[in-house]
Ligand binder design. Structure first.
Ligand code: PMP
Length: 437
């Protein structure tokens, strides 16, 4: 018996068929199923730098980059060598290792608001644990989140993200707040979650344990915080004694050396990380001031644990990735992404499409509409059908975007001016075919 890939079965169609028989929807994370854009997902066989190849040998210039887990480009030799070397010494021990210390030291060095950090295995775990810690620290229960912000799939954070203003009122008038965003989440799990509109500072009261926010919203397209939003949250949390939690799972070590908090000059009490710090392996982390972090077990009463937390391969990949990201990298990445977004906007407009290409640092968003959205209600006005058509036209041109209109693009170190130029050219062709089609 062999469990190796079966050469004979290697078409996307055939693999997707087999996948659907044994994996719900054929995928291990829903957006990968192409549900919102239609069609058959490409099954990746290998990747290098800015490129991925599917099992049929089709090559794509890739802007998905594992939804931001990859910043140095696929299979970067430094990362691959670090993982290979680590694997030769064992893949998990259940005892502490030196690399965990090194990675924690490096994160705390880059992010001054973190005296201490704890590693977990995903962004979901990071936000879930940060919320538990914030509740443990404050002795309060309410969590405030923003409509359209995604913090992974922990029950308490999967609250309805649609009814903003009403939710602010609910907070003030003592009403029940969130509604589950998924079947299987009991109303009680989100009864202590208040959902409010992004880019407005909510008025809090003493029941609030923490406000959790994506400092740059990157799960409803790309929406930057308006002037005064993050600093306003900081002031409002301080006024009421609530903790401010930045979910930097996407922005951490990506928008700036010290993440979004450095970029905007606002310090949270707790930060959540993931993606970049795992270099494509399974990593999350959360960190903050020592007086808060020391409430975690084994020092304190807030329980949190993980068999694979601080895994040797993941910490090796993370350290190798951070070694490639010195301070000089960020202005360069930002400059390239800015020029790319301008040119992308230009070719789309030339083709008669109305889009708004936003950037924050090296993050790039593509909104099918004529203005920059500021919150989820705005974001949802994007033309989803136009995105789906453009997505497929881009695949036809050999460029892989994320298969969903609320995802963003992740150009990284491998996306040289040449690569980005080729993507712009492809976008020009794709945009014309969308318009004509
Ligand atoms: N927070 C943010 C801002 C995210 O974008 C994501 C995932 N895209 C998560 C948390 C959850 O991370 P994970 O998928 O690793 O659980």
């Amino acid at each position: 018996m062999t469990l190796a890939p079966d050469e004979a079965a290697r078409t996307n169609e055939e693999l997707f068929g087999r996948a659907q028989r044994v994996i719900p929807g054929g995928v291990n994370s829903p957006v990968r199923a192409f549900t919102s854009v239609g069609g058959t997902p490409y099954f990746v066989a290998r990747a290098s730098g800015a490129r991925v190849w599917d099992v049929e040998g089709t090559e794509y210039l890739d802007l998905v980059q594992s939804y931001g887990a990859i910043i140095a480009g696929h299979a970067h030799p430094t990362v691959v060598e670090a993982v290979q070397e680590a694997a030769l010494s064992g893949t998990s021990y259940g005892a502490p290792t030196e690399r965990e210390v090194l990675l924690a030291e490096e994160i705390c060095r880059r992010v001054p608001s973190c005296d201490k950090v704890r590693m977990v295995s995903s962004g979901t775990e990071a936000t879930m644990s940060a919320i538990r810690l914030a509740r443990g620290f404050t002795g309060r229960d309410l969590v405030v989140k923003f409509a359209g912000n995604y913090h992974g799939h922990g029950d308490a954070l999967l609250a309805d993200s649609g009814s903003g203003v009403a939710m602010i009122d609910a907070l003030h008038h003592g009403g029940v707040v969130g509604r589950p965003g998924s079947a299987g989440v009991p109303a009680t799990a989100v009864a202590e979650t208040v959902v409010v509109p992004y880019n407005e500072v909510p008025r809090l009261d003493e029941r609030v344990a923490c406000v959790i926010v994506e400092p740059v919203a990157a799960n409803m397209g790309l929406i930057a915080p308006v002037e005064g939003f993050l600093s306003g949250l900081r002031a409002e949390c301080d006024r009421i004694g609530a903790l401010l939690v930045f979910d930097e799972v996407i922005t951490g070590f990506r928008v700036a050396f010290g993440g979004a908090q450095a970029h905007y000059g606002v310090s949270p009490d707790l930060s959540c990380f993931g993606k970049v710090i795992g270099g494509g392996l399974n990593v999350g982390a959360f960190g903050g001031r020592a007086e808060i972090m020391d409430l975690l077990a084994p020092l304190g009463p807030v329980y949190q644990a993980g068999t694979l937390s601080g895994n040797p391969l993941a910490t090796a990949a993370g350290l190798a990735t951070l070694s490639l990201l010195d301070e000089s990298v960020y202005p360069e990445l930002t400059k390239r992404a800015g020029a790319f977004a301008d040119r992308l906007q230009g070719v789309m407009e030339d083709a008669g499409l109305t889009v708004h290409c936003a950037t924050v640092g090296p993050l790039v968003g593509l909104y099918f509409g004529d203005h920059a959205p500021v919150d989820f209600a705005d974001a949802r006005r994007t033309d989803e059908a136009a995105y789906a058509a453009f997505f497929h036209a881009m695949l036809d041109q050999g460029v892989a975007l994320a298969p969903g209109p609320y995802e963003i693009m992740f150009p990284g170190l491998a996306h040289t001016d040449d690569v980005l130029g080729a993507i712009v050219d492809a976008a020009g062709h794709a945009a014309r075919s969308v318009r004509i089609g």
